[in-house]
Design a protein around this ligand. Sequence first.
Ligand code: SF4
Length: 367
Amino acid sequence: MSALYIHVPFCLSKCGYCAFYSRVPCKDDIALYLNQLRKEAKERILPGAKAYETIFIGGGNPSALGLAGIEQIIEIIGENIDLSGVSEFTIETNPETLSVEIIDFLAQVYNIRISMGVQRLQDNELKILGRNTLMNSVYNALDNVFNKIKNVSCDFILGVPGCNTIATSLSSFLTKYPLMHVSAYFLGVEENTPLHDAVLNKKIADPDEIGPAEMFEVKKVLADAGFTHYEISNYAKPGFECKHNLNYWLAGSYLGLGPSAVSFDNSFRISNVANLQEWLNKLDPIYEKLSVTDLRNEYIMLHLRLLEVGLDIADLERNYGIQNAEFYETINKHAEKGYIDISGSKIKLSAKVLGFADSIISDYFSL
Ligand code: SF4
């Protein structure tokens, strides 16, 4: 399978916790970006390679481009790819920029899927995160979306200092908006963000010290609403897992266009420069050949994060050779403690470790 990602590097304001590459667009930025994107798409989407199964326009905030910008991006993709062969076409949006006109246009895109950054369900909690939106915008945007589009995912942030669990409001939110997919990530403190400064200056508690209880409450609400917890931070109704992200997690190839976009093929990772001006000036991407050890560790991490798929030891050894005694000792130790479930040649993380999964997974890494 092959996947196409397009990075839109614009947001109308910067959220307090965000370290993704994006900037508030200045005059001409959007026109210059679209012009260069057209060239990059022509150069990097090979004429014979039309079989992209999934497309993901992410950011940044793609809906900050407005209707004309979104129309142009989809026109650029259509000039290079047969859109009728695409099985999932996701566009990320933010509620305050998702107009009725954009929704009407997107509703006509084949296999469209809307992914909306909601993050929290109370105005004061959105303010803590430095989001430039209020719940009225979220309700308004989702009312309009659900009139036309049914495949909708929302992103939420857990573990926000000073906030009650989101689980109760999420339950009534799901009754009103029948989402097909939910992503729920814990708040991380990234350097060079206002949140980082606020934690250092003790204006806000450190999110790293908040336990995993909220995740278990959210998991329960989502399970009751018919969602499967298929990846550590992702939940889906049956058949609505994000195909594009599954391709990343199962080490499929993908092409990334736009500033800071990453591509992967076989063992090569190609990273576009995370700077609009340098990307416009066509600064060469960075090419890295991943070592076998890096590829193996990534394979283990991604498979164990896929809670339903898990890690098949037979497949791991087929791809990366016979594993050493230490690897098997770790499996035995984790099984004794109830950290993993073993079935045939497969191991899966147990619910018990979901609050500290990264440290369990890293026990299997080699240096
Ligand atoms: S909308 Fe998303 S990408 Fe933009 S600043 Fe906020 S979190 Fe970052």
